[in-house]
Design a protein around this ligand. Structure first.
Ligand code: GLA
Length: 615
């Protein structure tokens, strides 16, 4: 991959452009014992028989658990024999020591469900996973101390990773194919060569996997450039490549680096993700299928990234940083990815094209193609009550006092918005308020009146704040996008990391309120006209039977939507995404409670639609 992830094409072009002379001929791959997935020459064996991995990526954390089986069945119907998933550390341990493997977080059940659907499993436990997922899967609390080393063999990071792996891996160990289970392989780190070259780090991760009983095949997956392959591989484990487009050159690069061993494209990007304010990315179904055909004709194994994209529910969307333009690029809420199986389970044209190609090379399962999951009928609702956010601070959180503003992770807050308040003593000259170290936007208020918005992508921007009298109460409501998940700006702490200035004077003495917004029940909605500025709005949608639906907010600007207390994610009128996926299990028969936090200007209606609009 190129460093620049502004868009799909940039990424593709960079992927193949850097190849030169390679001399990797002395790599020797370990050929393991008879059980599970092993390597013999240029092929895989599963329990001693030749096996081609036809995998599709699906992240259990991006699909409601009640829909796991449905999506896995669709993957099987596509002709795949394996599901590939990451494990997102931050999804399981959002706060230090609070580890959760229940319900939506029951990764063991996901693996077992895959086996029931007739699929093998490959697991990518990271701990760094990239994946357009907040902080690349690393827990926000790693940023409490901003000097924490990341993705290298430095003790504090290593020790925390060891602790996490010591909890996670024993759950997966019994599920390995070497012991009769469905898991056939584990990835070490994730595209490490795109980031660093610390072999000791990769070696340590490998030893931690082995030390916790992982005796399956291990692999390192990387972009197909020499520097990535050199930096991101363990010399004696299987190397694989990730790419989009024509497989010829990426596989040639892999062959130059690793002359023997199975060819495996561990991420074939059959679609791509979107950023707010940019265009919606899609790929041509026929071309995508033709490239998969080329891989299969070459005898290669492939993992489709993604088979089922899913959704960046809650606060989980990640972000990129465009180094060339020095721009922060937050990822949208949908992770449909233009994958063959859509966000609401629909089988797309790409599904049928890919299935046809797979059928030319491998037997397709003799199962009927699943029908499209039912959709809700359209309807429109109007808010029946609202309440201002600044008026609700006391019921939503407790303030802490600090001399200087601090970022949310330093206060133990994993996600949400964060509010900063101070007094500016006057009378004095009007001057601009500016934030140094802002992530990601700050709504600025003087004595409760909205004066403007500061944006991380305009670091010199300021909002003029007059102080004609004795004092002005300055409020900054910091709105956050996802944490960067790729590249060297990974340590993307949220809120204010540095200082707030009025003119050239730093402001001290802050009252800070974390707003994780995990529980909205204390809000006191009132009927009548909505208050000015950021406010919560409530509406009711009555439905006969739960099914998948899509919420649209025409005329609204930017904010968050909860359905029956569950945060569906962020919306933003910048697009490209226009509707939020609201899956069937989140609805109930009868009245459903919708709460919208609009940060700027509310629209009049909330629409429930039957079809998505991703731009
Ligand atoms: C890389 C990463 C994935 C994902 C894709 C882009 O290859 O390994 O986690 O970020 O790019 O979607």
């Amino acid at each position: 991959m190129g460093i620049n992830r502004r868009g799909f094409l940039g990424a593709v072009a960079a992927g193949g452009a850097v190849l030169g002379v390679v001399g990797g001929g002395n790599r020797v791959l370990a050929e393991a014992g008879p059980g599970g997935l092993t390597v013999r020459g240029d092929e895989f064996l599963l329990d001693g028989e030749p096996f081609r991995i036809l995998a599709g990526e699906m992240h259990y954390f991006r699909t409601h658990p009640d829909q796991w089986r449905d999506r896995l069945d669709r993957m099987r119907a596509l002709g795949l024999n394996t599901v590939d998933t990451y494990v997102a550390w931050n999804f399981h341990e959002p706060r230090r020591g609070e580890v959760d493997f229940s319900g939506w977080r029951d990764v063991v059940r996901f693996v077992e469900t895959a086996a029931e659907a007739g699929l093998k499993v490959t697991v990518r436990p990271g701990p760094y996973i990239c994946a357009e997922w907040d902080f690349g899967g690393l827990p926000a609390w790693l940023l409490a101390d901003r000097t924490m080393p990341l993705r290298c063999d430095e003790p504090p990071y290593r020790e925390l990773v060891d602790e996490w792996f010591g909890t996670l891996l024993p759950k997966l160990t019994p599920l390995q194919a070497t012991r009769g289970g469905p898991i056939i392989a584990f990835q070490v780190e994730n595209e490490y060569g795109s980031y660093g070259d610390d072999l000791a780090h990769l070696e340590h991760l490998r030893n931690t996997l082995r030390g916790n009983g992982i005796d399956s095949l291990l692999y390192c997956s990387n972009g197909p450039s020499e520097w990535m392959l050199r930096g991101g591989n363990l010399p004696d484990e299987l190397a694989t490549v990730n790419f989009s487009g024509d497989p010829t050159e990426p596989f040639a690069a892999l062959r130059r680096y690793q002359p023997r061993g199975p060819l495996w494209c561990t991420e074939y990007w059959d679609g791509w993700f979107d950023h707010w304010g940019e265009q919606h990315n899609t790929t041509d179904p026929a071309e995508t299928a033709a490239n998969i055909d080329r891989m299969l004709a070459a005898g290669a194994s492939v993992s489709l990234y993604m088979a089922v994209g899913g959704t960046n529910f809650e606060w989980w969307a990640g972000a990129n940083h465009d180094d060339a333009k020095d721009r922060y690029q937050p990822t949208v809420t949908s992770y449909d990815y233009d994958a063959p199986i859509g966000e609401a389970g629909e089988l797309t044209e790409k599904f049928h094209r890919i299935r046809e190609v797979i059928g030319r090379h491998e037997p397709l399962p003799d199962v009927p193609l699943p029908a499209r999951p039912p959709r809700l009928a359209p309807q429109t609702a109007q808010p029946i009550g609202s309440v201002g956010l600044l008026d609700s601070l006391d019921v939503l959180s407790k303030p802490v006092r600090r001399t200087t503003p601090v970022h949310m992770e330093a206060l133990g807050q994993p996600h949400g918005l964060i509010h900063y308040r101070t007094e500016i003593r006057g009378p004095r000259e009007t001057a601009g308020v500016r934030v140094e170290g802002l992530a990601d936007r700050a709504l600025v208020f003087a004595d409760g009146t909205p004066l403007g918005t500061l944006d991380r992508n305009d670091p010199k921007g300021s909002v003029q704040v007059p102080v004609p009298g004795d004092s002005v109460r300055l409020d900054l409501l910091v709105d956050t996008g996802g944490r960067i998940n790729y590249g060297h700006r990974l340590a993307d702490a949220k809120g204010v990391t540095d200082r707030v200035l009025h003119g050239s004077q730093a402001l001290f003495g802050w009252e800070i309120r974390p707003l994780p917004l995990d529980d909205l029940s204390p809000l006191r909605f009132r009927p009548g006209a909505a208050p000015a500025g950021p406010a919560f709005h409530r509406a009711t949608l009555r439905i006969a039977d739960p099914a998948d639906g899509f919420l649209a907010l025409p005329g609204w600007e930017k904010g968050l939507v909860w359905l029956n207390g569950f945060l569906l994610g962020r919306y933003w009128n910048l697009g490209p995404q226009r509707t939020l996926h609201a899956p069937s299990p989140l609805w109930r028969k009868g009245d459903n409670d919708v709460v919208v936090l609009e940060l700027h200007t509310p629209g009049r209606t909330i629409e429930l639609r039957s079809d998505p609009d991703l731009g």
